[in-house]
Design a protein around this ligand. Structure first.
Ligand SMILES: [Fe+2]
Length: 210
């Protein structure tokens, strides 16, 4: 599997394309702001877009979904049900995500990790040795938990879950804050929130996130 990171829009958001090199089956994660740039790459690489994956429903991560689903009304869009209430635009084919589920999009296999906290339906996608963490985990940081539907307690549990991922897994965040990518090995050492979660230091985590 190959992947490409795209920094798009005024908030340093990342969209990602994942694809299988042989079949050209592709998935887009969090298409937003400048979807035409993603489409340009899809066309140039002869990719076959099979689905849209959403880490959560905040507008800065989903405002490019309609660009794709208006052109292909059968294109499935995956979002955890707990974030549906935030979605302003309803794609024609909206599918739920469950924790631990393995999505098959053509030849691509993507594992879903439900990681609530930033939003109730936040997820991370695990594929090809990388974890696409949305606004749950950033390089050296964690997502905001002062927004409607946020929960510091849920984020702690999600960070405990993430702290069990292999050191060699790449971290591909939803924004370019402090850096564009990292690994879990590095984040376990330098990300205060992941360190607290890994050590079971819940009270300190909860004080630090607010
Ligand atoms: Fe967000």
């Amino acid at each position: 599997m190959k992947s490409r990171q795209f920094k798009l829009g005024p908030m340093d958001n990342f969209s990602y394309l994942l694809w299988d090199e042989k079949t050209r089956d592709a998935a887009v994660i969090d298409p937003a702001w400048q979807p035409a740039k993603l489409e340009e790459f899809i066309k140039a690489e002869n990719l076959l877009l099979k689905c849209v994956l959403l880490t959560h429903a905040h507008p800065d991560h989903v405002n490019g979904v309609a660009y794709f689903t208006e052109k292909d009304k059968e294109l499935p869009v995956y979002l955890h049900e707990a974030d549906r209430f935030m979605l302003e635009y309803r794609p024609p084919v909206l599918k739920p995500l469950a924790d631990g589920e393995v999505l098959e999009a053509g030849a691509l296999k993507i594992t879903v990790l439900h990681t609530p906290g930033h939003t109730p339906g936040s997820v991370c996608f695990q594929a090809g040795g990388g974890v696409y963490t949305g606004d749950t985990l950033f390089v050296g940081e964690c997502g905001r938990v002062d927004l409607p539907g946020s929960s510091p307690e849920a984020l702690y549990d999600s960070f405990v879950k993430l702290s069990a991922l292999p050191d060699g897994s790449s971290v591909y965040p939803g924004h370019s804050y402090n850096g564009d990518k990292s690994t879990f090995g590095v984040q376990k050492e330098y990300n205060l929130y992941l360190k607290y979660a890994r050590a079971g230091r819940r009270e300190e985590f909860l004080k630090a996130v607010v």
